[in-house]
Design a protein around this ligand. Structure first.
Ligand code: SF4
Ligand code: SF4
Length: 306
C-alpha cells in the first residue's frame, strides 16, 4: 500500500461539516481543476514551497546543499521543482535559517494523527462537531480514511468527509460504515465542460453520487461557483435539480470562488491558469439559494460559504 501523506491538520474549523471540527487534509487529487486554490494538495507526494520574500539576499545554503536543482536568479532563488526528488527535499528541509523553504506533506502515522484529531473532543461534544477528512481527494486513500474514521467512531467522534467522488465505487463503499456526514462536490452537469475545466469524468461522479445517496443519511452537495465555468443561474439550477432528485440529500452549499491560494502556485514553481479576481455576485448566489429552497421536488437547505 503506498504511503499516504497529509499536508495540514486544521483545528477549530466551522465550515467543514456541523459544529467545531478538526480537518485532516490528505494529499493527492485525481482532478486538476483550473481554479484550484490548494495546489499543494494535488500531488500525492511531498512538495517543497519556496517563499521568495523571506529568502536572505546572498545566502547560498540551498545551492550548497542541492546544486543540481537550485540556482540564483536576478532577484530570487530558482528551484527546478520538476527535478526535485525525496533526496533533495531531505537535504533542503532543514537548511534554511529564514523559514523560506517549507516541506509540504507528512506521512500519515495512524496512531499519531488520531491522537491529534482527538485533542478537541470536548469542543466536538459541546458543538455537535467532529473530525473532517478533506484534501485533495481523501478517498484516494481509502484504507487510511477507514482506519482513522474507525478509531474516531470508537471514541464517539462524528466523522465527515469532503469528497469529489471521482474515485472507484469500491473506495467509497468501504468507507460508508465509518462516515457520518458526506459533503460531496458537484461542480457542473455538462460532461464536456467538466472535462475541460477539471480533467475529470462527470459520469463517474454522478453514478457514484446516485448510489451513495441511497445508502447514507447525511448528504450535502457543495458547489464551487466559478466565473465563466458555472456562474449562471441556469447552470446552478441544473446542479440543484440533480441534487433535489437524490434520495437523502438535504442541503446544497454554494462556495463562491476566491483567490486566496494563487500565491502558492508560484511557491511551488507552478503557473496559475485561473482568474485573479474572486467571484463578486451576491445576487446570483441569493437567487441560487432561493431556487434550491423552493425546489418543487424537495426544499433544500442552503448556505453560502466562503
Ligand atoms: S477537486 Fe479540489 S483539490 Fe482537487 S483539483 Fe479540484 S479544487 Fe483542487
Ligand atoms: S537557505 Fe533559505 S534563505 Fe538561504 S537561499 Fe535557501 S531559501 Fe534562501
Amino acid at each position: 500500500m503506498p504511503t499516504s501523506f497529509y499536508f495540514d491538520i486544521q483545528r477549530f474549523s466551522t465550515h467543514d461539516g456541523e459544529g467545531i471540527r478538526t480537518v485532516l487534509f490528505l494529499k493527492g487529487c485525481p482532478l486538476s481543476c483550473i481554479w484550484c486554490q490548494n495546489p499543494e494538495s494535488r500531488s500525492r507526494n511531498v512538495d517543497l514551497m519556496y517563499e521568495a520574500t523571506t529568502c536572505i539576499n546572498g545566502c547560498t545554503l540551498c545551492h550548497d546543499h542541492c546544486s543540481a536543482i537550485t540556482r540564483h536568479g536576478s532577484s530570487e532563488l530558482l528551484i527546478d521543482h520538476q527535478q526535485l526528488n525525496q533526496f533533495d527535499i531531505n537535504n533542503l528541509k532543514t537548511c534554511c535559517p529564514a523559514k523560506a523553504l517549507r516541506v509540504v506533506g507528512e506521512p500519515v502515522d495512524i496512531q499519531s494523527v488520531c491522537e491529534q484529531l482527538k485533542r478537541d473532543k470536548p469542543f466536538y461534544t459541546s458543538s455537535g462537531g467532529g473530525v473532517t477528512f478533506s484534501g485533495g481527494e481523501p478517498l484516494i486513500h481509502p484504507h487510511c480514511v477507514y482506519s482513522i474514521a474507525q478509531k474516531m467512531q470508537e471514541e464517539n467522534i462524528n466523522v465527515a468527509i469532503e469528497t469529489t467522488l471521482h474515485v472507484s465505487w469500491k473506495k467509497i463503499e468501504q468507507n460508508i460504515p465509518v462516515i457520518n456526514q458526506w459533503l460531496v462536490d458537484l461542480k457542473h452537469m455538462d460532461d464536456k465542460k467538466f472535462k475541460q475545466w477539471t480533467g475529470g469524468t462527470l459520469s463517474l461522479v454522478k453514478n457514484n453520487l446516485v448510489k451513495l445517496a441511497d445508502q447514507v443519511k447525511d448528504l450535502t452537495i457543495r458547489v464551487p461557483v466559478i466565473p465563466d465555468f458555472n456562474d449562471s443561474l441556469e447552470e446552478l439550477a441544473l446542479i440543484t435539480d440533480f441534487a433535489a432528485r437524490l434520495s437523502n440529500c438535504k442541503a446544497i452549499h454554494f462556495l463562491p470562488y476566491h483567490t486566496l491560494g494563487i500565491q502558492k502556485y508560484k511557491m511551488l514553481g507552478l503557473s496559475y491558469q485561473g482568474k485573479d479576481k474572486s467571484l463578486d455576485n451576491p445576487e446570483l448566489l441569493q437567487k441560487a439559494c432561493e431556487y434550491a429552497e423552493h425546489h418543487p421536488l424537495k426544499q433544500l437547505q442552503t448556505s453560502v460559504r466562503g
